[in-house]
Design a protein around this ligand. Structure first.
Ligand code: HEM
Length: 146
């Protein structure tokens, strides 16, 4: 396969309209102008994502199918100049890890919020019933037969 053209971000920035729309996804540059009308998610989102300079996150957030991913190669026109795939992967892993931490912290907070009075009283009630039963059985023995 021929080496892909290296396209500077400044050039990509010129192509973010309905008549001329390029997208950067994972450091690759796609010319989706012809695809705008056919995109199942609508053309507006593509033009908007194009204007942000990097559509990777929005593309991934949608959870595109493998069919969508295999379509991409027909629109590939080059790679983003200066794109560091390793640095981006590290960044992605880092943010995924911190998102995980945030989520578990949120769960913890939510756990405390949903702790109601019943959660306190029920164990106390069970303990009280147990103590009273033990007391009755131990000290209040039934009257003897004789
Ligand atoms: C070359 C790039 C892209 C291609 C080839 C593509 C292709 C597709 C395809 C085939 C679908 C139908 C559902 C599926 O098969 O997953 C779809 C849906 C969609 N896409 Fe894209 N897409 C691209 C980029 C983007 C970007 C950058 C965004 C976000 C800004 C986006 C947003 C959406 C949305 C919102 C849907 C609708 C999802 C739904 O209603 O279930 N797409 N796309």
């Amino acid at each position: 396969m021929a080496e892909l053209r290296k396209i500077p971000a400044s050039e990509v920035a010129f192509h973010s309209s309905k008549k001329d729309c390029w997208l950067v996804i994972d450091g690759k540059v796609y010319d989706v102008t012809e695809f705008l009308e056919d995109h199942p998610g609508g053309e507006e989102v593509l033009v908007y994502a194009s204007g942000t300079g990097d559509a990777t996150q929005s593309f991934e957030d949608v959870g595109h199918s493998s069919t969508a991913r295999s379509m991409m190669s027909s629109y590939l026109i080059g790679v983003l100049d200066g794109y560091d795939a390793d640095a981006q992967a590290a960044l992605k892993n880092k943010s995924a890890a911190s998102r995980g931490r945030e989520a578990s912290r949120a769960n913890l907070d939510q756990g405390w919020e949903s702790f109601t009075l019943v959660d306190f009283l029920l164990p106390l009630l069970i303990l009280a019933v147990a103590v009273v039963s033990w007391y009755m059985l131990t000290f209040k023995s039934p009257p003897s037969e004789d």
